[in-house]
Ligand binder design. Structure first.
Ligand code: F6P
Length: 562
């Protein structure tokens, strides 16, 4: 196995397909009404199945020729070669010289995979077994706090990938959470976060999971110390421990566990490495919810449901790995995103789950997509040759409809949008005779229909609208959407959805020639915050070293701060 990817990035803009797409886009007159009228099979032809997900691409600004040329682009940039290199454990994260193997976290454990001389399939299975054993102990009440009480609340302390994945999945799978267990998530270094999340907690039944890949993240370590202080203080106040070194270390041993790749730093914090769950540098933070970073979720929903979650990821991995490009859903969706960003001038992409339980999914995707593909250089260090990294955003429907959909329907920009829904709700309530989920999904269907087909001036006039109001009431249509429909929001379906977007992100990164697995752009701000902290705390020399605007802002803060 080589440690370097075989070849450098292909400049997509020099390919034949890119030239053809430029021409196709120039000549394209989007006409979804006309296209559907002329081609009764369009919906069926452009709908695909990936594991349990039914994906309808037919309301995109897409002709058969565009689609074929996008697939040709994937061939020319050697997408399959790069995909296979990822699955094989080559060091495709070039700037960090690492393999990229989140897919190994969800492979069947009996299929060996050797990477850099190590059987990582066995490592993954061992660590997962440790997480599951811990989850069972907490769920059964065998794991107890200092007073012998079982755990009722787990507080996951982490940020970025060590928070967004677990909280998103916990919210999504809330119906699977064991009765009597609750998970809270502390991420922000704003002291409000830890203060609010601990305010009403009983320390004797609370367990903290400190989740940090590096175990060096300022926010997480600060919050972990705040939580530890709160635990000590409140256990002493409750008379549950002595105010002594022994009392405090007993409290940490029974109320703190950690998840990290840096087990030495976990020990330095005072957490017994026996109570720590590891993972590996070939798992990126934003790709880590299916590693031990998901321990809080594994406790909440239990090992069986967590295994189903992993199975869902694997099903989508297999679809991505083995399906011909022209039917490969993550490939097609990734290429469509390239089409919109590079040829149709889209700057953003909305993700609109019609499932309240997916309310943190857009936030999760923001890190996945933007930390991955928000890059200006390619993996060989040369500048990118085209636009990259659109802004991902969204909110659950129907809330978004009453907030920002106006701009999607009638604004001046193209905003491709993914609509996600499940057929069977967790809470099948009725409003008199009406199935409320049916009413909810009527909105899901209506919105994509309105966006695609709009309403012409003549149709508006036919409703008797006064002429001076007609233009305000016209809907242009031809606003692109993808509809994703799943049977229900099961652990498996959630895993499939996450893996789908992981692979979409990968496909875009390959076309743009960028390393989707590093995140150097987050470093400068972190370093400056550490340098500025003394100035904020009152160090005049540190203040004087700042630029005039920053110095004035800090001075103003110090003046305002009581
Ligand atoms: O600063 C960005 C980042 O490094 C993310 O990539 C990562 O998910 C997050 O911080 C948290 O990092 P850690 O898990 O090492 O605390």
């Amino acid at each position: 196995m080589t440690s370097e990817p075989a070849r450098g990035p292909v400049d997509a803009t020099t390919t034949n397909a890119w030239g053809s797409l430029t021409e196709l886009s120039k000549n394209l007159r989007p006409d979804l009404r006309g296209w559907f009228a002329a081609d009764p099979d369009r919906a069926q032809r452009l709908s695909y199945q990936a594991a349990d997900l039914h994906v309808d691409l037919s309301k995109n600004l897409l002709t058969d020729e565009v689609l074929a040329t996008l697939v040709a682009l994937a061939d020319e940039v050697r997408l399959t070669e790069r995909r296979d290199a990822m699955f094989a454990g080559e060091h495709i994260n070039v700037t960090e010289d690492r393999a990229v193997l989140h897919t190994a976290l969800r492979r069947p454990s009996d299929e060996p995979l050797t990477v850099d001389g190590q059987d990582i399939a066995a490592d993954v299975a061992d660590e997962l077994a440790k997480v599951y054993a811990f989850a069972e102990k907490v769920r059964s009440g065998e794991w107890t706090g200092v007073t012998g009480e079982p755990v009722r609340t787990i507080v996951n302390i982490g940020i970025g990938g060590s928070d967004l994945g677990p909280v998103m999945a916990y919210e999504a799978l809330e119906p699977y959470v064991q009765d009597g267990l609750e998970v809270r998530f502390v991420s922000n270094i704003d002291p409000t976060d830890v203060a609010q999340k601990t305010a009403d907690l009983d320390p004797t039944t609370t367990l903290f999971i400190v989740a940090s890949k590096t175990f060096g993240t300022l926010e997480t370590l600060t919050n972990a110390r705040l939580a530890r202080d709160w635990l000590w203080r409140s256990l002493v106040a409750a008379g549950a421990i002595e105010d002594s070194e022994d009392g405090r270390s007993d409290a940490v041993a029974k109320h703190f566990v950690a998840v990290s790749t840096a087990l030495d730093k976990v020990a330095a914090f005072g957490i017994d490495p026996e109570n720590a769950f590891g993972f590996w540098d070939w798992v990126g933070g934003r790709y880590s919810v299916d590693s031990a970073i998901g321990t809080s979720l594994a406790v909440a929903i239990g090992p069986d449901a967590f295994a189903e979650f992993l199975g869902g990821f694997h099903a989508m991995d297999e679809h991505f790995r083995t399906t011909p490009l022209e039917h490969n859903v993550p490939v097609l969706m990734g290429l469509l995103n390239v089409w919109y960003v590079n040829f149709r001038d889209a700057h953003t992409h909305a993700v609109l789950p019609y499932a309240q339980q997916l309310h943190r999914f857009p936030a999760y995707l923001q890190q996945l997509t933007m930390e991955s593909n928000g890059k200006s250089v390619r993996w060989d260090g040369t500048p990118v040759t085209t636009e990259t990294g659109e802004v991902f955003w969204g909110e659950p429907g129907t809330n978004g409809q009453h907030a920002f959909y106006q701009l999607i329907h009638q604004g001046t920009r193209t905003i491709p949008a993914d609509f996600i829904a499940v057929a069977n709700p967790a809470y099948p309530l009725r409003d008199a005779d009406a199935d409320v989920h049916g009413l909810f999904l009527a909105n899901f269907f209506a919105q994509t229909k309105a966006l695609a087909f709009g309403k012409t001036a003549d149709e508006v006039r036919a409703e008797g609208v006064a002429e001076d109001l007609v233009s305000a009431k016209v809907f242009s249509g031809n606003r692109p959407t993808t509809s994703i429909l799943a049977p229900a929001l099961t652990p498996s379906v959630l895993g499939q959805l996450v893996a789908l977007y992981e692979h979409i992100t990968f496909v875009q990164g390959v076309v743009w020639g960028i390393d989707s697995f590093d995140q150097w752009g987050v470093e400068l701000g972190k370093k400056l915050a550490l340098e500025i902290a003394p100035a904020v705390a009152g160090d005049e020399a540190a203040l004087a070293a700042q630029d005039p605007s920053t110095a004035a802002l800090i001075a103003k803060y110090r003046e305002l701060r009581s």
